[in-house]
Design a protein around this ligand. Structure first.
Ligand SMILES: Cc1ncc(C[n+]2csc(CCOP(=O)(O)OP(=O)(O)O)c2C)c(N)n1
Length: 193
């Protein structure tokens, strides 16, 4: 199956993200996001995290901050952990929420054990009631279509088929969580121009 490198997939988000957007990363995406450059005040690197909690966290921020776009990045294993969140996102229907599912078929950060099943996350998102659903398997297509997908009226779910990275380790937390949470809350409290 065709798939794209995770860091190249994330690069499209970096290039499209506005200064006022919140970007939530977790698991492998947190590791790669931190490796790509200094963190912005509105980046929430969800490490340590409760597995599966990045989408509900993003949903909460999106509902609390309707003037900001929230881009929540999640693995396939973590998506399976809290699959019901897709239905909650559809029912709350925040126009400013984009959930990006990075489907590498494995629990990469714990040693690349295969994640269960062959779930079609785009079909699951549609069946949950999310109207704007996209799937990209090839980096050229994602580079060409990513901006439109990320800018679509939410809630948006984008499924990206990404290559597992053999031997990749888990992300390290960028610092003490309570201090980071305070900085993040301060950044969120700034007015949106
Ligand atoms: C309830 C629970 N079970 C297992 C774990 C251990 N665990 C942490 S991350 C992870 C895998 C995450 O996989 P995925 O969401 O697909 O992201 P990837 O690592 O592939 O980027 C697992 C199994 C956990 N944190 N919580």
């Amino acid at each position: 199956m065709t798939a794209m490198p995770m860091h190249e997939a994330l690069q499209v988000i970096r290039e499209t993200r506005a200064a006022t957007d919140v970007v939530v990363t977790s698991m492998g995406t947190a590791r790669e996001w931190m490796a790509m450059g200094p963190l912005e005040a509105l980046d929430w690197v969800f490490v340590p995290s409760a597995m599966g909690a990045a989408p509900p966290f993003g949903l909460g921020v999106a509902l609390a901050q309707p003037a900001r776009r929230v881009i929540a990045c999640n693995g396939d294993g973590s998506t399976l952990m809290s699959l019901g969140t897709l239905v909650t996102i559809a029912s709350e229907a925040p126009e400013n929420l984009v959930l990006v599912i990075f489907d590498n078929g494995v629990y990469e950060v714990t040693g690349a054990q295969p994640s269960p099943g062959q779930a079609d996350f785009a079909a699951l998102a549609r069946a949950s009631g999310i109207g704007a659903v996209y799937r990209f398997s090839e980096i050229g297509a994602w580079r060409a279509g990513g901006r439109d997908a990320l800018n679509a009226r939410g809630p948006v779910c984008i499924v990206l088929d990404v290559e597992p990275m053999p031997g990749a380790r888990g992300p390290k937390s960028p610092g003490p969580t309570i201090a980071r949470a305070k900085q993040f809350a301060d950044a969120l409290s700034q007015p949106v121009p």
